[in-house]
Design a protein around this ligand. Structure first.
Ligand SMILES: C[S@@+](CC[C@H](N)C(=O)[O-])C[C@H]1O[C@@H](n2cnc3c(N)ncnc32)[C@H](O)[C@@H]1O
Length: 320
């Protein structure tokens, strides 16, 4: 086994020390929840900093440009793989049927869209198996016909569009799609959540996972989501949220503030971007406030499901 490098050992020791100190101290984070991502007239928050509104998007762009290549590996490292379970849970709540069209905004490297295609393919296969079971002794003609239609309708006409403002994230996503053989039913579009490059009433489902907290005007992004959804369409947002249990909250804060930037430095050589990520999580509104914002944007039947004691929540609402 290769010996760990000196900077790694130093960073690990630093992290362990900081984490212990953080838990004991408990004064690790100032929780400041805003009703949207703005900091008063003309200003926006960028993590814990207040910056002119016009500068936030560029700063966020630079963060994701910088982390794009290591984004997926960092997600696994930071969450110990749990982000995969959260994304799977989002898909179970979404429960898309074959034929449905998904718009995955802030889709980054494609995790949600890949899961969507997988989910729909499994649903479609189940449906076909059920149909086949009905004809227990099909003729050769029926077998040949069903095989052809299976090939043609493996996704039942479903499509996923990954839309993200950051070209680097999309580039990494496209390469992953190629490596994992996700081609059919998938497209990649550069676009801003606040001004989506799509016509009205186009999609059955709009998803945004760990994306909306990075947007300058969340209210605009919500209105855009509402605009592009078909009547009856569903908005789903997976986002870091508010842990109400005080003990868990203290451990979680210590972990986020003391260890995540260290992991970012060791794996991606980028402390600042990961410092921003944890700060932006703390600035995101809690479950009730975000639900209220969704209702203000025109969504009905608004509800949320907490995952991992509220570390993240899935928010859901419908366009009528
Ligand atoms: C934390 S990543 C989430 C990626 C992916 N959804 C996932 O769950 O792995 C946040 C993404 O939001 C994108 N983003 C930030 N601001 C955006 C905006 N205004 N419009 C669209 N995408 C945006 C970033 O480029 C980045 O890819």
């Amino acid at each position: 086994m290769a010996a760990p490098c000196k900077p790694c050992i130093r960073a690990a020791l630093l992290g362990a020390f900081a984490f212990t100190r953080g838990v004991l101290n408990s004064r690790v984070a100032v929780r400041t929840y805003a009703s949207d991502s703005r900091d008063g007239e003309g200003m926006a928050h960028f993590g814990f900093q207040s910056v002119p509104e016009g500068e936030k998007a560029e700063k966020v762009y630079k963060v994701f440009e910088s982390v794009a290549q290591k984004y997926d590996i960092m997600n696994d490292a930071m969450s110990l793989g749990v982000h995969r379970l959260w994304k799977d849970a989002l898909l179970r709540i979404m429960n898309p049927l074959p034929g449905c069209r998904l718009l995955d905004v802030a889709g980054g490297t494609g995790d949600i869209s890949f899961r969507f295609l997988e989910y729909v393919r499994n649903q479609q296969e189940r449906l076909l198996r059920r149909t086949m079971r009905k004809h227990q002794t099909p003729t050769w003609h029926e077998i040949a016909a069903s095989y052809t239609s299976q090939q043609a309708t493996v996704l039942g006409g479903s499509r996923a569009v990954v839309c993200d403002i950051n070209k680097e994230m999309l580039k990494v996503g496209r390469q992953r799609a190629k490596d994992l053989s996700y081609g059919t039913g998938l497209s990649w579009v550069v676009g801003d959540a606040e001004e989506l490059p799509f016509e009205d009433d186009q999609f059955d489902i709009y998803s945004i996972a760990f994306g909306i907290r990075n947007v300058t005007h969340m209210d605009k992004a919500l209105q855009e989501a509402h605009r592009v959804l078909k009547p009856g369409g569903r908005f789903l947002c997976l986002e870091f949220s508010h842990v109400s249990n005080p003990v868990l909250s203290r451990i979680y804060d210590a972990y986020s503030f003391q260890l995540i930037p260290v992991i970012g430095e060791v794996i991606a050589g980028d402390w600042n971007s990961y410092q921003y990520l944890v700060e932006s999580i703390r600035r995101f509104p809690d479950q009730e406030t975000f639900s209220h914002m969704m209702a203000e944007a025109g969504f009905f039947s608004v509800r949320f499901t907490n995952l991992t004691a509220g570390v993240v929540a899935v928010h859901s609402g419908f366009k009528l």
